[in-house]
Design a protein around this ligand. Structure first.
Ligand code: FAD
Length: 407
């Protein structure tokens, strides 16, 4: 009898692999192993609807528990995989169980990067990746007045917007001179800084956090400049570290721009042909960026899982999806497609003042990415253009009388 497929990681990518395997007609055994206590759930609402009290935890589940039974998927929750025996072809769990595999999919995700400054361990210092962390953060927010967010990236800014919506005094401390500096153009950073400020969030850029002070529980955050920011709670959003250790300890290649991901080829296969890696933990050659990348997005997790499921089901095709992403902050929706790596020209379409604009990134004549702020039609048109390799000229991109859909 076939050993079947073992998927390690019960998150977005792991769930999608199991689900797509059945949709592709794979009829062997499927085991989905996740260390969190819940069935796979969506993370995006954790920083938005869930902390705002608008989404019940049961509505976060990607599928009800009955789905797994109905599709003959063995879901093991609260189980951590700790070893891979590649020559024997099995995975060992911390509980002592072992599962043989014909194909193994590593969908291990990432964990929060932690602060290592004095006071980082005080009560009231929160992180946000899992539902358990989100529930703790939500509970803490209820009684907090002064909220300090360390990190002006997507997660930090989404939490800042939610906390401010709940009426808290919110300060965002960002080490770089602009927000979301790693991923968006200065015009987008500045728009979001002004938008947060206009809604009452105090944003401090180039802020070097030196210490968190308090007795047992947090009281204030001290900056290198000497200033002290009062805090009843501190939310740390300073990025993630991909979970690669299970792979590296099994001798699988781990590389890329630090923090390294599990290296995979165009079929998302590691250097062991029976083992695949997908989602936040994997680094691969992205044809749109022309370089190896590791992406952290729902689209990447879902599309890579679908690609691997097709390969395992005997319909292999290389992974070539155009990356896209979204972030909701207050009433503002940022949507991004493509990757701006290597761009040498920016064109703005629409009005930054009115809060409805898109930024087109060009690498030479090639459109490589588009960020849209409250312009969903631009985003949809850009997704089609980038996937199809169609580039408007910079003048066409800026000219609102030209319908992008017709290009
Ligand atoms: P995950 O969903 O993290 O799943 C990995 C799972 O594997 C985890 O449950 C982990 O515990 C488990 N695991 C790891 N190691 C083991 C092991 N050894 N044994 C068993 N289980 C293991 N993306 C967007 O595109 N848009 C958004 O608006 C957005 N908002 C977000 C908001 C928040 C608060 C967070 C945290 C993320 C957000 N993301 C968003 C990112 C998106 O959720 C991730 O990119 C996506 O979940 C990645 O899927 P994954 O399966 O690779 O990893």
């Amino acid at each position: 009898m076939a050993a079947g497929v073992v998927v390690v990681g019960g998150g977005q990518a792991g769930f999608q692999t199991a689900s797509s395997l059945r949709a592709e007609g794979y009829d062997g055994p499927i085991r989905l192993i996740g260390e969190e206590p819940q069935a796979p759930y969506q993370r995006p609402p954790l920083s938005k609807a869930f902390v705002l009290g608008k989404q019940d935890p049961s509505r976060l589940l990607l599928r009800p528990e009955s789905f797994y039974k109905d599709h003959d998927i063995q879901l093991l929750t609260g189980e951590r995989a700790i070893s891979i025996d590649r020559s024997g072809g099995w995975v060992g769990l911390a509980s002592g169980q072992q599962f043989a595999y014909d194909a193994l999919v590593l969908a291990l995700g990432a964990r929060n990067r932690t602060l290592s400054i004095p006071g980082a361990g005080l009560d009231g210092v929160c992180y946000l990746r899992t539902l358990a962390e989100a529930a703790a953060l939500k509970g803490r927010l209820e009684s907090a007045r002064d909220v300090v967010v360390i990190g002006g990236g997507f997660i930090g800014l989404e939490i800042a917007a939610s906390a401010r919506t709940l009426g808290k005094t919110v300060t965002v401390l960002e080490a770089f001179p602009r927000l979301m500096a790693r991923v968006v153009a200065p015009v987008v950073s500045e728009y979001f800084r002004a938008a947060h400020a206009a809604r009452g969030v105090e944003v401090t850029l180039s802020a070097l956090v030196q210490e968190i002070r308090g007795t047992d529980t947090v009281k204030e955050v001290i900056l290198a400049s000497g200033s002290a920011v009062p805090a009843d709670m501190v939310v740390v959003g300073i990025g993630v570290l991909p979970n690669v250790e299970l792979a590296s300890e099994a001798g699988l290649a781990v590389a890329g721009v630090p923090p390294h991901g599990i290296s995979v080829d165009e079929f998302l296969r590691t250097n062991d042909e029976r083992i695949f890696a997908i989602g936040d933990c994997a680094e691969y050659h992205n044809v749109f960026a022309g370089q190896r990348v590791r992406l952290e997005s729902v689209q990447n997790a879902v599309d890579q899982a679908t690609c691997v499921a097709r390969t395992i089901a005997g319909k292999p095709a290389p992974y070539h999806s155009a990356p896209w992403f979204w972030s909701d902050q207050f009433d503002i929706r940022l949507q991004m497609v493509g990757l701006p790596a290597g761009h040498d020209r920016l064109v703005v379409r629409g009005s930054v003042e009115d809060g409805k604009f898109s930024v087109f990134y060009f690498n030479g004549d090639r459109l490589c990415a588009v960020d849209s702020v409250n312009r969903p039609a631009d985003h949809l048109a850009a997704r089609k253009m980038i996937a199809a390799g169609i580039s408007p000229t910079p003048d066409q991109a800026a000219d609102e009388s030209i319908n992008l859909k017709t290009l």
